[in-house]
Each structure stands twice: as structure tokens, then as C-alpha cells.
Design a protein around this ligand. Structure first.
Ligand code: SF4
Ligand code: ZN
Ligand code: ZN
Length: 315
């Protein structure tokens, strides 16, 4: 297989695009694809301050790498969740995020949730869900809250995450199975900001997971290979496996599924009721956006973890 541009030996063959490229041209092609999404969906400009949520994994570190190569004004945010039972996942992923930042002379901000909120993620889950459920729903809630608060308080214009096409297609697949219009309306390359919500963007949403893996490997980015121990057996991994089987038989199916959804969404696919449900309100506790009036899920979670003291009534 030869590189379509220079005719040298190809390093990456993308059946989904009928395109093979050598290392040099592949490492140019990926940032060009990200830039295309940034422009097409109006994600951000060179004048804006961007905060990249960095987990220490291949996607977020590659996104940070790509944005700094494209000369955007970007800083990283690592949220230490304290997932350290067994493989010391948090300690190792933080070490790799810090290593990447120092090698590229980039600024990494760190929020340790144990220091901020008095408990690690496993402790919050045990304290609020009586050990019943996996921490992933709590984790998503905590990360969304911390990322938005940090970006808002420190004056960032945009919050960028490393979600790739496989992530987006799996979420869309799950929402489609239950036809969750409210969630589908909030899914996309950009979630507009305003009223306390910092604009959230996904510049890698058109790039396949294996394309991002190839990018990280060819760029020599050292990332955490181990998955988070709580990801084992998750629904999203199951959906990804199903979609991979589809993709194997029909290269490009995932991209078509996602892009067709974005097109269909523009044409009044959803009811007025779903549109109203998708609107955000402000939490009466922390002032951050929430899907229903009153306290947001994060504030309710923290109330369960630290119930307010019972006052003496004095009688
Ligand atoms: Fe959080 Fe679950 Fe992802 Fe682990 S797998 S980082 S607990 S969302
Ligand atoms: Zn080439
Ligand atoms: Zn709140």
C-alpha cells in the first residue's frame, strides 16, 4: 500500500476514506481534519481561550497536541478523581498528563476532587449510592460540574473534549435505541454556551478511534494504555463493539450514521416538547446550568454525601 500523496510506503490505511498515507502525511492529515471540523461547526477561533479536558488518554492528549500545533491558545485541565485502587489509574494518568505538558511547555491545571470536595470518586459513589451502582454516572456528573466551573471561573471561552467518532456514535446509538430526543438535541460537535455554561466542543468528532490511536502512536505521545477499571463491562463499550462489527462489513457506516444524524437534526426531527425539555435552567445552589429547575444533580449528590446538620430545636 502506497501513500496517496507522495507514493512512499503507507503507514495508515483508512478503508472508511479509501485513503492510505505515510507517517509524515498522516500526521498532517489528522490536524487538517480537526481544523476542518473547527471551521465547519464554528467551534472556536484563534482569538479565544480554550481549555482542554485532559484525562491522560490518547484522545485528549492528542487533541491538546493538535490544537497547539494549529497555534490555538490552549491550556489543559486534569481532574484527579482518586481512582487508585489496583492499577493506580489516577496517579498514572496524572503523571502522563504532567509529562506531556512539561515536554511541550504547556500549562496544565489540576483539580483534585478530594481536596475540593473532601472525597474521591469511589468514596462519593459509596457514600451516595450505597456501593450499588458503578461510579460512571457519578463520575460524568462530577467531571461536567468541575470542568464547567473551572472554565467559567477562569475566563475560558471554550471547553474542548477529546470525544472521537466512536464515542459519539456509541452515545447516539444508545439514545436512538430509546429515542431520547432531549439528549439527542444536546448531542453534537458544539453545545452552545451562555447563562453560566461555557461552550463545549468536540473537535475530534469526525475522527475514528483507530485514527486517533494511529496519531498518538506515530506522534510518540505517551498515554495511559490501561482503561479505567470501572469501564469494564460498560454499555458504551458494548455499543462500540456492535458498531465495530457493522463498520467491519460496511466501512464508513459509523461516520454516515453520525453525520446523517447531524443533518437530520437540522430539519425539524424533534417535537417542540423535546426542544423545551432540552433547554437548560440555572441551579439554585451553585448557579451552574441544569436540565430541570431547582438544584442540579451535582448539588443533590453532594447533599446526599454531606447531609446538612440537624438543628437543635431548643424545646
Ligand atoms: Fe469515570 Fe467511568 Fe470513565 Fe472511569 S470509566 S473515568 S469511572 S466515566
Ligand atoms: Zn506520503
Ligand atoms: Zn448545583
Amino acid at each position: 500500500m502506497k501513500c496517496r500523496i507522495c507514493g512512499e510506503k503507507a503507514s495508515v490505511n483508512m478503508r472508511e476514506h479509501k485513503l492510505a498515507l505515510c507517517k509524515e502525511h498522516y500526521l498532517e492529515w489528522v490536524p487538517a481534519q480537526a481544523e476542518r471540523s473547527i471551521k465547519k461547526y464554528g467551534l472556536f477561533t484563534h482569538d479565544e481561550k480554550i481549555l482542554v479536558a485532559v484525562s491522560g488518554g490518547k484522545d485528549s492528549l492528542s487533541l491538546w497536541d493538535i490544537l497547539q500545533r494549529l497555534a490555538y491558545h490552549v491550556e489543559g485541565l486534569y481532574i484527579c478523581l482518586g481512582i487508585d485502587e489496583g492499577i493506580r489509574y489516577s496517579t498514572e494518568s496524572q503523571r502522563l498528563a504532567e509529562k506531556f505538558a512539561s515536554e511541550h511547555n504547556l500549562k496544565l491545571n489540576v483539580v483534585d476532587i478530594q481536596q475540593e470536595y473532601g472525597a474521591t470518586l469511589p468514596q462519593i459513589t459509596r457514600g451516595t449510592h450505597r456501593g450499588r451502582s458503578k461510579p460512571c454516572s457519578v463520575c460524568g456528573l462530577v467531571k461536567r460540574h468541575v470542568m464547567n466551573r473551572f472554565a467559567r471561573d477562569l475566563g475560558f471561552d471554550v471547553l474542548a473534549t477529546g470525544h472521537n467518532l466512536d464515542d459519539e456514535a456509541a452515545v447516539l446509538f444508545g439514545n436512538t435505541l430509546s429515542w431520547s430526543g432531549e439528549y439527542m438535541l444536546r448531542q453534537g460537535p458544539v453545545l452552545t454556551g451562555g447563562s453560566g455554561l461555557v461552550r463545549k466542543v468536540k473537535p475530534l468528532c469526525r475522527l475514528y478511534e483507530r485514527e486517533m490511536l494511529a496519531y498518538a502512536l506515530l506522534r510518540g505521545i505517551e498515554y495511559i494504555y490501561e482503561e479505567c477499571p470501572y469501564s469494564i463491562g460498560s454499555t458504551s463499550i458494548y455499543y462500540k463493539e456492535l458498531l465495530n462489527r457493522l463498520e467491519n462489513n460496511r466501512p464508513g457506516a459509523k461516520l454516515t450514521f453520525y453525520l446523517s444524524f447531524l443533518e437530520a437534526r437540522k430539519t425539524g426531527l424533534f417535537t417542540e416538547r423535546e426542544k423545551i425539555q432540552a433547554e437548560l435552567h440555572l441551579c439554585s445552589g451553585c448557579g451552574q446550568p441544569t436540565s430541570a429547575p431547582g438544584l442540579c444533580s451535582f448539588c443533590r449528590l453532594m447533599e446526599r454525601l454531606n447531609p446538612p446538620p440537624v438543628r437543635e430545636c431548643g424545646i
